[in-house]
Design a protein. Structure first.
Length: 296
């Protein structure tokens, strides 16, 4: 009986320690979700200023065709670049499977051979299993501050590849957070620039009476603003992916929390029953001994 009580006590202690770890991970995931969602909101003002600058450049391009961005025709044989955001760590449910399957299915419907930059060791493995060529792999940022250096490196590597391979299209794939710790896979074509998107930006009036003057016929300014537009798009995709990853981890930890609480309740119940049985046996032995002495 004492061995059973000792074993149950060890199980209860171990489950309690695991419960504390799970609750800590829940708190960290919930805090991280807020950080990454706030970083996306913080992009709004900068995104608006870049969009206004691009709109002014596109308006000038309509008036002066020599200032228009270069038109690139996509060839069926040209490779297609894709940036896929996943995770390095586990305990995220089907997070990596969802985005990998979505990217594989979407790219399969496009002409050209896909070439991938994968952010996250686990999603990289799933993309390779799907038969895709992974050009480069990056570690997932562990904070908001680490997103910008990653995005800058991805831009450098993708632009270098485009310059040497004739790549005309670049897509980005990531999970976007929804309510109640849910997420959905989404994609965006970064390049070539969409004509309808350019027209929509050009239609937005400049907020003020004094319109800016675009120097160098807009060519240098336009290239710089396009780089900032790509940076914002990739930064947003990475931050939304990280928010989704932590939402998925939070949901997994909540399930684990409920399971551990149920296990602890069962263990405590068994422990109390065994302990009470042990006490009853000791009382019975004392009573039997007393009666034996009384009748001797």
């Amino acid at each position: 009986m004492s061995d059973s009580l000792a074993a149950l006590r060890r199980k209860i202690t171990g489950a309690g320690d695991l419960h504390a770890v799970v609750r800590t991970m829940k708190a960290l995931a919930a805090s991280s979700i807020g950080d990454y969602e706030r970083s996306v909101l913080a992009l709004a003002d900068y995104d608006r200023m870049v969009s206004l600058g691009l709109g002014e450049c596109f308006r000038q391009a309509q008036a002066d065709p020599s200032a228009a961005p270069e038109r690139v025709s996509a060839l069926a044989s040209a490779p297609i670049g894709a940036i896929v955001f996943g995770s390095d760590q586990g305990l995220v449910g089907p997070f990596n499977d969802v985005i990998a399957a979505y990217a594989i299915g979407t790219l399969a419907a496009l002409p050209g051979r896909p070439q991938i930059w994968a952010v996250g060791e686990r999603v990289q493995a799933r993309l390779k299993d799907g038969g895709l060529e992974v050009l480069g792999a990056y570690s997932v940022p562990d904070s908001v501050e680490a997103i910008a250096p990653l995005v800058a490196q991805v831009q450098i590597d993708s632009e270098a590849r485009r310059a040497t391979s004739g790549m005309t299209q670049v897509h980005v794939f990531h999970n976007r957070p929804l309510a109640a710790s849910l997420y959905e896979p989404v994609s965006q074509r970064l390049l070539p620039l969409d004509a309808a998107w350019q027209q929509n930006l050009a239609a937005v009036p400049w907020p003020g009476n004094m319109r800016p003057e675009v120097l160098d016929h807009g060519a240098t300014t336009l290239r710089a603003l396009i780089r900032e537009y790509l940076f914002i798009s990739l930064f947003r995709a990475c931050a939304e992916s990280l928010a989704s990853e932590n939402a998925s981890r939070l949901a997994a930890m909540e399930r684990a929390d409920r399971n551990i609480e149920g296990l602890l309740e069962q263990l405590h119940g068994r422990f109390h029953r065994l302990r009470q049985g042990s006490i009853d046996e000791e009382l019975f032995d004392v009573t039997a001994g007393y009666e034996a002495l009384a009748h001797s």
